[in-house]
Design a protein around this ligand. Structure first.
Ligand code: AAE
Length: 233
């Protein structure tokens, strides 16, 4: 068995360099790889292209990287809730590629499965389809979408073992599942890291072969506070 443990988030993000493309799991503020994002903020790496369903809020998740201008381009499906994101996009400081949510998920899943491209009806007749090949299936036009090519994928899981096997909890599975194994290197941060053999094989969602680095993250009270504020709004 290969032991994929690294000491902490700082060690997990080693090798992430200026200009790289990252996938980051999560949906809303749920299932965000917060420890790794904090390590990226501290590392000062810049000009990143981030593939993530959304861009966090002003002071949590990817919002922290945006705040320090470390992101050059965001590829997302939903970009509300973040005033700094809006400011950077409207001023032209941030390049944004808006993608239908199902297409975003499938472009990750295709990368994970080694499928280079696929056809989808989503986005046909809109800006999303500009410059893309169109083909009819059952009389309906579809556009050709390509799998993402990312340098690192960073996911968050509930439990994991030293070999990288992962279990997600509830809706925090979200984009973490199709992003695991969809880049050259996948980092998994988990709430609880256990010995190999401790996870029930019937419950594993992502097999260790998809994961190169794993560590147990620290818990942040901030996340709980922010989630509560957002729910009340
Ligand atoms: C609606 C979404 O896609 C994500 C979010 O709630 O931030």
């Amino acid at each position: 068995m290969i032991d994929k443990r690294v000491k902490n988030a700082k060690e997990a993000i080693e090798g992430i360099q200026d200009g790289m493309t990252l996938m980051l799991g999560g949906f809303g503020l749920c299932g965000i790889p917060e420890n790794s994002i904090n390590a990226l903020v501290e590392s000062d790496v810049k000009d990143l292209t981030c593939i993530s369903n959304n861009a966090g809020v002003d002071d949590f998740g990817l919002g922290l990287l945006l705040h320090k201008r470390q992101i050059k381009k965001m590829i997302s499906s939903y970009v509300g809730e973040n005033a700094e994101f809006e400011r950077q996009m409207l001023s032209g400081e941030l390049d944004v590629e808006l993608t239908p949510q199902g297409t975003l998920a499938e472009k990750c899943r295709a990368a994970q499965a080694g499928i280079p491209a696929f056809y989808t009806p989503a986005g046909y007749g809109t800006e999303v389809a500009e410059g893309k090949e169109v083909k009819e299936f059952k009389g309906k036009p579809h556009i050709l979408e390509h799998a993402y090519e990312a340098d690192f994928s960073i996911v968050k899981a509930w439990k994991g073992d030293h070999a990288g096997n992962l279990i997600f909890k509830g809706s925090a599975r979200n984009f973490n599942h199709p992003m695991a194994g969809a880049a050259k290197i996948t980092i998994a941060e988990v709430e609880e890291l256990v010995e190999p053999g401790q996870l029930d094989p019937n419950e594993i969602h992502i097999p260790g072969i998809m994961i190169q680095r794993i560590f147990q993250g620290e818990k942040f009270e901030k996340r709980i506070e922010q989630r509560t504020v957002r729910t009340k709004e």
